[in-house]
Design a protein. Sequence first.
Length: 348
Amino acid sequence: MSTKRFGKSSSSLLNQKKSFFHENDHHVKKQRKIAELYKKQPKRNYCINCNKKLISISDFIKDGIDYVLCDHCYHLNGVYEKTVELCDALYTENSGEEYAENYQSKDVEDYNYRTASIYIPKAEFLYSSLKENNINPHDLDFFDFGAGSGYFISALKKIGIKNVSGTDVSKFQVEFGNMMIGEDVLSIHTIEDTNLILRNISSKVVSMVDVLEHLKSPREIMNELNHNEHVKFLFVSVPTFSLSVYLEMISPEVFHRQLDGDHTHLYTEKSLSYLFKEFGFEILAEWWFGTDIIDLFRHISVKMEKIQCSKKLMDIWRKDFISIMDAMQLEIDKKQLSSQVHMLLKKT
């Protein structure tokens, strides 16, 4: 039986994601550009999570894209394949500089704030979960796959983990991350080398923080990790099918943060359990928290601005709603219906 943790303060995310409120139309434009690119890919006939044939034709349509909930493992699939060409266009074009806008910091102080407010809680959850299972984190080596600009590596180092490194496909993010951290802990790999890297990793702990959903073939990745005799633990965080998606269904003019762009499919509690069991991993610890209520707040705020509500009314709305946001989100988290989950897994 895994240990479970629920909830997280929304304050840091509200500070980090201000552009989602103030530059909504800019983000919608980028979202639709990626949607048009995604629709040009071949049709998906088999679930990306369990590889069983998709029976339903469409459960809903968003941005002109059909989505299907797998009848076998309950994974939410976009009906187009995530091809190598799509991944190249999203993550490595122009050295990955455009994609890095989502995670960019303007200077060292900003980088350290993002590390402290968003990534150190993740690192502490991994650390404490290992300790609770009588495993000394200082006896292990850590490898962060899809490390981006190195925020999670930076967080691990700040809580005392010394043997940590990582890799990413974005040249821009790797160079930026190494500069911010002050040492070359990040290296570059190509999308084509993804399986080879995971097949040959010698670290005992592999982390993929908001990565599994971006990969062309998550099943192949899990299979490589399963057969790698060095890997003993896997730490993942993934986005899930939650209230945020229902908000996106009814709000085409508001930026879709959860299911769109490079999020072409989403996990559910059932689809995660299916995937990990199939590839020989046991869940040791879970942390459920989400941004569903932040998204509700953002959707309403954007729509209020579009209908030109007064500044007085907007100020009242923001003040009153922010005060109850965390309590509302916690109830969703406790039902394991939130927009994100972190999990520590042990190879069985």
